[in-house]
Design a protein around this ligand. Structure first.
Ligand SMILES: Cc1cc2nc3c(=O)[nH]c(=O)nc-3n(C[C@H](O)[C@H](O)[C@H](O)COP(=O)(O)OP(=O)(O)OC[C@H]3O[C@@H](n4cnc5c(N)ncnc54)[C@H](O)[C@@H]3O)c2cc1C
Length: 457
């Protein structure tokens, strides 16, 4: 397929991934139509098809930078609209991972900027930019299925939901490329099977996560932090996240891992906060006023559909975003990984190769592997997720526990972890030999100090 801008593309799904895909495609296709079956609000608001918007939804620093690359001016506009920007302010971040609280304090050596938009606000900011692209249209219509031509072994367009269009003739929309950005519930594996192809093999981790979230108004001045995360660990299967959003409310999400139910009432959430958050934060939460009802969500399984492993795949369609890989949401990586897939798509389209699907699947596998592996090790070694795992997950998870222990009091290690966790610098969470020996020396020093203290006392 040439990149002569004479062809048309269709995107199914106007959530974060679909919108990013549309932005990239607009540079290479004559016309891009995005079909979305959910009502799209004209201002920031929750959407029925994005229930995760009611829970803590963290934008990683890398994702913010990638989105701003796709939509220049996005971050400035968000800040102008009141989205908190933490410019080199680690004191605004309380970050607990696997039972260790990172000792970042005021010690960052490299500039680190984080943004804290609510999910509805971020999606709206991105959507209105996509709507303004002259050759992109977003239509409130559901897609029933792609049109497939067995003779050509290619997807030739999409068939719209008959209920959403005025006459039967309007249901078929031809396209040279169809992007499946329908999220975790994608039906592409089923369609592939119907068309005579293999379904993609899947990697899964049974994370068994339950979310319960409450919006809370907390009197000003009680908390300096804007991002509060206390992850779960082996000893404590419950975690809690609090984000301060542009509407001056906090979203407070409690979660349980390995099928442990999270606290469901505000008073129970406060009790958990007393156990796992610094005293001033839990006191501030207790001083807060709950707004609206508690929202619940279950996320049983992280799933990576390995399209890169298929030897046969139809032309004219590509899976994108959560339709390829859906990560444990407590790590907050999904939107950022969609933005990285958009970067991959741009690279593939720029190189002009006609086999877009294969190239994109391989590029996405390369960027997914390090992040998937890191979260799978966290889940299966430090978070009690059941199921078979490679033998080396255990030792690597153990080393990470040591590393995080040292990062509680060594600011260099803490900063390294914060940046890598935010997917900056590299997607690989592999410390250099120098950092490993620093960890060992640091932990040995702590151990000797404790021993000496115990002897003296
Ligand atoms: C509980 C939870 C918490 C999360 N927390 C975070 C977080 O903190 N940070 C983070 O970065 N990520 C988080 N994520 C992941 C993040 O929300 C996704 O990675 C991100 O939304 C990208 O997903 P997507 O666009 O591929 O799919 P989705 O967001 O699922 O959107 C799919 C879209 O496709 C539409 N659609 C589906 N079928 C059709 C059809 N047939 N026709 C037309 N339209 C259709 C849907 O209506 C929907 O709008 C979380 C996810 C969950 C579930």
């Amino acid at each position: 397929m040439g990149r002569t801008k004479e062809q048309d593309a269709v995107v199914i799904g106007a959530s974060i991934a679909g919108l990013c895909a549309a932005r990239v495609l607009s540079d290479h296709y004559r016309q891009v139509i995005v079909f979305e079956r959910d009502e799209l609000p004209s201002a920031p608001a929750q959407r029925a098809a994005v229930p995760q918007g009611r829970h803590v939804h963290l934008l990683m620093a890398r994702g913010a930078a990638e989105f701003d690359g796709l939509f220049p001016g996005l971050l400035d506009d968000m800040v102008a609209a009141g989205v908190p920007m933490l410019e080199n302010r680690p004191d605004c971040i309380h970050f607990g991972a696997a039972g260790h609280v990172l000792g970042t304090d005021h010690t960052l050596r490299n500039e680190f900027t984080a943004y804290v938009p609510s999910r509805p606000h971020l999606e709206w900011q991105i959507r209105r930019r996509v709507e303004a692209i002259p050759n992109v249209q977003i239509r409130h219509v559901g897609v029933a299925e792609p049109c497939y031509s067995p003779a050509e072994e290619r997807v030739t367009g999409v068939l719209l939901d008959a209920n959403d269009v005025e006459s039967a003739e309007d249901t078929a929309v031809p396209a040279d490329l169809v992007v499946d950005a329908t999220g975790r519930g994608t039906r592409l594996p089923v369609w592939l099977q119907q068309w005579g192809f293999e379904r993609p093999p899947e990697e899964t981790v049974d994370v068994g996560i339950g979310y319960a979230s409450q919006q809370v108004r907390i009197p000003a001045g009680l908390i300096e932090e804007k991002v509060v995360v206390a992850g779960a660990c082996r000893e404590q299967p419950l975690g809690l996240g609090m984000l301060y959003y542009e509407d001056h409310t906090w979203t407070v999400t409690t979660f349980g891992i390995a099928k442990v139910e999270p606290p469901q009432r505000f008073t129970e959430m406060c009790a958990l906060a007393d156990d796992i958050l610094p005293a001033h934060v839990s006191a501030a939460l207790r001083a807060g006023t709950p707004v609206g009802d508690v929202a619940f969500h279950k996320y049983p399984v992280s799933r990576w559909r390995r399209y890169d492993k298929l030897s046969r795949f139809p032309t004219g369609i590509i899976p994108f975003g959560d339709a390829v890989v859906s990560f444990n949401p407590t790590f907050g990586q999904g939107m950022t990984m969609s933005s990285i897939q958009a970067r991959n798509l741009r690279t593939v389209l720029e190189c002009g190769d006609s086999d877009i699907a294969t190239r994109l699947a391989k590029a996405t596998a390369k960027t997914t592997y390090p992040v998937w592996t890191m979260t799978a090790i966290g889940d299966q070694v430090l978070h009690l997720a059941p199921g078979p795992k490679p033998w080396w997950y255990g030792p690597v998870g153990g080393l990470f526990d040591q590393f995080l222990g040292a990062a509680e009091t060594d600011p260099v290690l803490a900063e390294w972890f914060l940046r890598r966790f935010s997917l900056l610098d590299s997607l690989y969470m592999v410390p250099s030999p120098t950092l490993v020996s620093r960890t060992v020396r640091h932990n040995m020093r702590l151990w000797w100090a404790q021993r000496a203290h115990a002897k003296a006392g």
